[in-house]
Ligand binder design. Structure first.
Ligand code: HT7
Ligand code: ZN
Length: 869
């Protein structure tokens, strides 16, 4: 397979003004007739051929301006249709036949359960018909859907419904979308669905109908998403001045979906796990995920749809910006500090790992083989961090001025990341040239810190040095513009005023120091005492900080830092030290440390969700990312040891905290109640490790819970308690209770596959044989194989390589049926160079086995070949 390069981008030779599609859905095939109105780009040569993309299509006929073409008039291959000679303006009519029922890749038009649905981003539309399937070709769509009237009473596409007739048992519905769009935003749904409806009045007083379509059994799970949608619509009006632009906004839930959801214009399609919830079946985490994804897809209406990407190298233009927008929305709905902690956790575990591995790429990649492989944490989360840094640099008002200009200037266009930054720059009259390196350079910069206090001069000298490690294809990187938010803390715990030289390196409003060179020294004056440094507050840049601070300093920051994020960060750094010491056999919890944790647990002024994070040990993946060489078994046992020590030392604190927060009030998916449950259940997870009373309480909570958050937390606590017999009994009970509900069953599968106790290779193999498992359903694959390889690290990394074999076999099987999922599943194996050599070599051998397999998809080929370099 060939790589595609950003530098080869060329504007299309033909623009497409109108797209008219006629779908005729039958059980054993679908016929698609298209009518495309083309116009030559004035910059193109008069003899430029017309190039259309197409994959897996059976071509029936082509008419050009009404004349049937024959085989000499065009060239056809596996991936394209080229029409050699076309006039400057013409109408092309193409008829094809496709087979949605046989489409297991879930790209293009496919069947999920009893319904038809589509997934066209990034390049799925070319599996529906021959088309210029590139995001800079935008057109107005009219879509007719013909189907059996009884079997498919709901027929949906983008825009507004303009006609609906039934004849001879076949229904024909027509949709028209007045907004021009690229094909990746096209959607079609046909099914026997129920709808939950609501209304929203926009800021200019227009009425919008909101609809969520679901299979009938799920109609009691739509309320929360509908509520989240209305809150998102209001938030985008208030924070960005963006109003919805159609009379109807629809969401459809489908069970088989490769990702979380898709922002098709006016017709979002959601993985059912990211939209359906009721208290009995969904955890608080699921509720928050639903809220964030509903918001994310809705926000794309402006950041992605009204202003879209010129080409797929610009993917982060819409994804990074939209993740930033949804993160701010979630921060506003819940706790901003907790949201920041969650996002930093993802960055530091998943994104930093990607950025130091073989698939490392810049936020704006310069080449790819398969674009589906680039829907990554770098494009999404690091992209959002980059936008967040722009927000910090420009300030709230400056950023809003910039986004207003961006939306106004580029409405209806397909643009680049450069255009986005340019709009922010023009609106604020700043020079962001240097900042743009964040988009071009891969890798996680490391900031080394050296500080020296001069008591006589009452000054602190702070030297910051930055370097960014080499990544595949990139070495000798240039310094980045790193906004370092910081505070100087006095011995009473208060922030001291900052007077810094050079003064232009400091932005008072955001308390940010601008590091722009490879080494800079800043002098802070007027300091009567040596302050403690609180660096990179609010995780102000996606970097690693290398700064020697004593245990005492970290404990002090954990107790006193006014920046909640850095309180948590100080705690994590301290806990990493404990885990390191446990590995060396010399961990002992100091009395002051125990007292500090105990005080946090008893502190009723602090947000309980934040306290839960403060008391949570770094995950195994987090510890791994902070280890020079990863030894999963050593990490697992050291972490367990520290966990057990905390459970014992703070047993009465955890019990008291649990009892204080345990409530019998009916479940509410509200922020304050969620925060209380998170701390209560954290306390329970420790409490079960120290006493029979804790175990008994967990059993009681499991039996009596009126909601899935508490039931699942109790189950997980028992599964991880080491009391195997009891855990087995509850797992069996859980299956009996919930086997009818696929989304709950997915949680049950993941709890087992992701646990050290129940996620052994043999047990995971048994889960793959279980009646609940289905290879065609990505959620099931993720629940079992994803949880196993990413969470059950001791089992996945079993010394004899059986864990790697399990994953390798699964990847090869999925390579044929669903390449996108196969390639994603492969990620843990690609990290082989970071593992202790014995494990790393075994992993590498499995990658070689995959590479040697006969017919690899582009998706899997790209990941494997890049990982073996
Ligand atoms: N923009 C959407 C991307 C997406 C996708 C990409 C590849 C394959 C399947 C997919 N499903 C959805 C999701 C989003 O970021 O909103
Ligand atoms: Zn998105």
């Amino acid at each position: 397979p060939q790589a595609i390069h950003l530098q080869d981008y060329r504007a299309p030779d033909y623009w497409l003004d109108a797209t008219e599609l006629e779908f005729d859905l039958h059980e054993d095939h679908t016929r698609v007739d298209s009518r495309l109105t083309f116009r030559r780009n004035s910059a193109a040569a008069a003899d430029a051929p017309l190039l259309l993309n197409g994959q897996g299509l059976e071509l029936l006929s082509i008419h050009l301006n009404g004349t049937l073409l024959d085989a000499q008039d065009y060239q056809l291959d596996e991936e394209s249709l080229t029409i050699t000679t076309v006039p400057a303006e013409f109408v092309l009519e193409v008829s094809v036949r496709i087979d949605p029922a046989a489409n297991t890749a879930l790209e293009g038009l496919y069947r999920s359960g009893g319904m038809y649905c589509t997934q066209c981003e990034a390049e799925g539309f070319r599996r529906i018909t021959y088309y210029p399937d590139r995001p800079d070709v935008m057109s107005v769509f009219t879509t007719h859907i013909n189907a059996d009237a009884e079997q498919y009473p709901v027929l949906l596409s983008n825009g507004n419904k303009v006609a609906d007739t039934t004849e001879g048992g076949r229904r024909r519905v027509t949709w028209h979308d007045p907004h021009k769009k690229p094909a990746y935003l096209f959607a079609l749904v046909a099914g026997d669905l129920l709808v939950k409806e609501d209304q929203f009045t926009t800021m200019s007083g227009r009425n919008v109908t909101l609809q969520i379509f679901v299979e009938p059994r799920n109609i009691d799970k739509t309320e929360y998403a509908l509520d989240a949608l209305k809150r998102s619509m209001r938030w985008d009006e208030e924070v960005y001045g963006r109003e919805y632009d159609l009379d109807i906004f629809m969401i459809v839930a489908v069970d088989d979906f490769n990702m979380g959801a898709m922002e098709n214009k006016g017709l979002n399609i959601f993985n059912s796990s990211c939209v359906l919830a009721n208290p009995a079946t969904a955890t608080d985490t699921a509720y928050q995920r639903i809220e964030a994804i509903v918001a994310h897809e809705y926000f794309h209406n402006w950041s992605g749809n009204r202003v879209t990407c010129r080409d797929w190298f610009q993917l982060s233009l819409k994804e990074g910006f939209t993740v930033f927008r949804d993160a701010c929305f979630s921060a506003d709905m819940h706790s901003a500090t907790v949201k920041r902690i969650e996002d930093a956790n993802i960055m530091r575990t998943v994104q930093f790992a990607e950025d130091s591995g073989p698939m490392a790429h810049p936020v704006q990649p310069d080449s790819f083989i398969e674009i589906s492989n680039f829907y990554t944490v770098t494009i999404y989360e690091k992209g959002a961090e980059v936008v967040g840094m722009l927000h910090k640099i420009l300030g709230k008002e400056g950023f809003r001025k910039g986004t207003d200009l961006y939306f106004e200037r580029h409405d209806g266009q397909a643009v680049t990341i450069h255009d986005f930054v340019q709009a922010l720059q023009d609106a604020n009259k700043v020079d962001l040239t240097l900042f743009k390196r964040w988009y071009k350079q891969a890798g996680t910069p490391v900031v080394q810190v050296e500080s020296h206090y001069d008591a006589t001069a009452q000054q602190l000298h702070l030297t910051l040095r930055q370097h960014c490690p080499d990544t595949p294809g990139q070495s000798n990187k240039l310094p980045m513009w790193i906004p370092v938010q910081l505070g100087l803390i006095g011995s009473n715990g208060d922030d001291l005023p900052v007077q810094v030289s050079p003064a232009n390196a400091w932005t008072e409003a955001s308390q940010v120091l601008h590091l722009t060179e490879s080494e800079q020294t800043f002098v802070f004056s007027g300091l009567a005492e040596e302050p403690r440094l609180s660096l990179l507050r609010d995780f102000s840049a996606p970097v690693k900080v290398d700064f020697e601070q004593s245990d005492e300093d970290l404990l002090f920051l954990l107790q006193h830092d006014s920046d909640g994020f850095n309180r948590w960060d100080a705690g994590q750094r301290l806990m990493l030290r404990w885990i390191d010491r446990a590995r060396a056999g010399r961990f002992r919890l100091a009395a002051a440390e125990q007292q500090a944790l105990s005080a946090l647990l008893a502190d009723t002024q602090l947000d309980p969700a934040m306290v839960a994070y403060l008391l949570n040990l770094p995950s195994e993946a987090y510890i791994a990312e902070f280890s020079a060489v990863i030894d999963p078994l050593a990490i697992h046992s050291a972490r367990r040891q520290v966990q057990q020590a905390l459970a014992v030392a703070l047993a009465s604190d955890f019990a008291a905290c649990y009892q204080r927060l345990h409530s019998t009030a009916p479940y509410q998916p509200q922020p304050a109640a969620m925060a209380a449950r998170s701390l209560k259940n954290l306390a329970l997870s420790y409490w079960v490790k120290s006493s029979a009373e804790g175990m008994e309480q967990a059993r009681r909570q499991y039996q009596q819970a009126d909601n899935m958050t508490d039931q699942m937390a109790a189950l997980v606590a028992l599964v991880n308690s080491g009391e195997r017999v009891q855990a087995e009994a509850l797992l069996a009970d859980f299956w009996q209770r919930w086997q009818h509900d696929p989304l709950v069953v997915n949680q049950w599968l993941a709890v087992q596959a992701g646990s050290a106790e129940f996620g052994t290779v043999e047990q995971v193999q048994a889960l793959l044989q279980h009646e609940a498992f289905d290879w065609r359903n990505p959620n099931k694959v993720r629940s079992v194989l994803g949880a196993f390889a990413n969470q059950s690290l001791v089992n996945f990394h079993r010394a004899d390589g059986a864990g790697y074999d399990l994953l390798t076999d699964a990847v090869l099987k999925l390579n044929d049926s669903n390449p996108q999922i196969a390639a994603r599943l492969l990620t843990p194996l690609t990290r082989w160079q970071r593992l202790v050599p014995a494990a790393g070599q075994v992993m590498k051998a499995r990658l070689q086995r995959i590479k040697e397999h006969g017919s690899l998809s582009k998706d899997v080929y790209e990941v494997v070949s890049k990982s073996l370099i």
